[in-house]
Write a protein that binds this ligand. Structure first.
Ligand SMILES: Nc1ncnc2c1ncn2[C@@H]1O[C@H](COP(=O)(O)OP(=O)(O)O)[C@@H](O)[C@H]1O
Ligand SMILES: [Mg+2]
Length: 260
């Protein structure tokens, strides 16, 4: 099958489940497509996906960016694209390989206010490394910044994640508005996570965005998170995985009805 790379990016308010769902998606894709190349990118400076997927990246994109800036005299005036071509080799070194997927971390920029720099760098890196993979899953930073800065421009599937809170829904509404101009997505959709009470669902207004799935509160996610257990070991039939799988079918990432 000659298909362009599928790039799924998760975005939404902080604490709504982006990292848990990203890790679950990586697990589902790895199981579904054992022969495909899968890359997980932790694009959230708050960091979490590495723990969820039990990987220990030694170098982050921010480390590479800082190295280059300090080693090049005119570093500050270098454009992001020049940085990327110079650091191509280092970036591929920074990718951690497991037998099921590869992993890259944006890192935690040390000085305040330089997120925009690492973000424009990240945009070029995503474009470059994605070409080497069949599936890329990006655990995005909370909020709208990376959408605004076109970091997600080349994303094919933009997955908005919210919980059932008003604030969470507001954030995805804003992201949906901005993403129309800033992201060249093929598909956009929303999942509502951590639903305790299904009877509330009818009152949740996701507006014009397609509702892909409702993910109930799942004890397994809680216990895996608390014990820092590897999400790759989550049972295939745990409720969150089953619902995320259905959402991926609706999203056109998995073929519906082919398996199970
Ligand atoms: N479906 C779920 N069921 C139970 N707990 C969940 C679920 N989704 C997320 N959580 C918990 O909610 C918290 C925030 O989730 P996380 O994935 O870190 O969110 P984000 O990456 O958006 O900040 C974590 O403690 C996680 O274990
Ligand atoms: Mg997170």
């Amino acid at each position: 099958m000659d298909r362009e790379t599928v790039i799924i990016a998760l975005t939404g308010k902080g604490g709504v489940g982006k990292t848990s769902i990203s890790a679950s998606i990586v697990k589902i894709l790895a199981k579904e497509f054992p022969d495909k190349k899968i890359l997980a990118i932790d694009a959230d400076p708050a960091i979490g996906l590495a723990t969820a997927l039990a990987v220990k990246p030694e170098i982050s994109l921010d480390d590479i960016r800082s190295e280059i800036i300090s080693s090049v005299e005119e570093g500050d005036t270098q454009s992001a694209i020049e940085l990327v071509s110079e650091s191509r080799y280092r970036i591929f070194e920074a990718i951690v390989e497991t037998d099921k997927f590869a992993f890259l971390s944006i890192g935690r920029p040390e000085s305040e206010g330089c997120y925009c720099r690492v973000n424009s760098y990240l945009k070029d890196v995503i474009e470059m490394v994605s070409q080497q993979f069949d599936y890329v899953v990006i655990d995005g930073e909370a909020g709208i910044e990376q959408i605004n800065r076109r970091v997600m421009q080349k994303v094919s599937h933009l997955l908005l994640v919210t919980d059932a809170s008003r604030k969470g829904l507001e954030v995805i509404r804003t992201i949906n508005d901005v993403a129309k101009d800033m992201v060249n997505y093929e598909r956009i959709g929303v999942v509502i996570n951590r639903i305790e009470d299904m009877s509330l669902v009818g009152q949740l207004d996701t507006d014009q965005v397609e509702l892909l799935g409702l993910i109930p509160t799942d004890r397994n996610i809680m216990t895996y998170d608390i014990a820092a257990k590897d999400f790759m070991g989550l049972p295939d039939d745990t409720i969150s995985t089953l619902e995320i799988r259905k959402a991926l079918e609706k999203f056109g990432v998995l073929d519906g009805g082919r398996s199970q």
